[in-house]
Design a protein around this ligand. Sequence first.
Ligand code: PLP
Length: 380
Amino acid sequence: MERIYLDHAATSPMHPKVIERMSETMGTLFGNPSSIHSFGREARRQLDEARQTIASSIGAKANEIIFTSGGTEADNMAILGAVEASSDKGRHIITSSIEHHAVLHACMRLEKLGFDVTYLPVDEEGRVSVTDVEKALRDDTILVTIMYANNEVGTIQPIEEIGRLLAGHQALFHTDAVQAFGLLKLDVNTAGVDMLSVSAHKLNGPKGIGFLFAKEGIKLAPRSFGGEQERKRRAGTENLVSIEGFREAVMVNRENLEEKAEAYVRFKKMFMDILEEESVTFKLNGSLADSVPHIVNLSFPGTNVEAMLVNLDLAGIAASSGSACTAGSIEPSHVLVAMFGKDSERIVNSIRFSFGLGTTEEMVEKAARETALIVKRLRG
Ligand code: PLP
């Protein structure tokens, strides 16, 4: 049976060029970038070049990039690190109720430590209002952390407007751009952010590597202690093989971002058109106009998410509930709860499909037709 992977927002396959680059690096570049001999210097040169390439992909400087083990660590580092370093200026943090758990749980940790966190609501399309941010802002706000694009429904947040709002305020502005990087053109200067998190495995790079952009001059308390790597912000020998893979993924992406984005928007429309053609009723969760190209989250009234996912899997189609799956059971999505309320039936009947490397029109068509069959079967 042909299997169709439509869960690229969860993770994506590595690009062949990434695998090639990583294999080469593994075979040849084993020196420690901190060593002063030629092996170390070679490794350092590669590391510096990778940092430069990655930094320029978001309009940043090389010294503003801190490599991390992925999006989670970058989010934790931004939130916990920035708050610890500026706790003398205030104890208030603003975030949204639809953030990834890497942000939400870090904020909850801060609440336990005595900080005051405001969780902003979102509208029915999953968007934070700039006016709400403005109203929540206090003199003692030290951090605002709002994601660039949501991982479950894909909605893009008004980051530039929030950036402008915060320009004259002491609060640092962090954005989790894990789902946006690689699909939207990002520039930290136009976005007006102080910190931005990215993860390589969402754009056909390896898992376990990411970065935090932290604007020059931002104070961050370190989360790990030891050597002086990453300008004393993250101790530990650099993961050069993965960083090289990440660099390659960024380079490939730079060449095909627009083409990819156009194709995924087409796939999204095609998927929904086929469902309509098959007379399957559904509702779109999120916004069609203001969302990342690769994510489409649909609610199928009269079905159930677990039954849908099992049936899709049996048909060879990998999709997702978009929310946390702990030990095989699906927890209600906090994102859909924030968008529609805890009693909405959308919470129990919504599926996220996400496109990426290797997705073809034929796959999208087959997946849409299979989805239609399953929905009809489940509705009896
Ligand atoms: N933030 C968002 C929006 C994500 O989608 C993810 C991954 O699903 C993460 C953070 C965590 O990234 P990582 O898996 O690299 O730790």
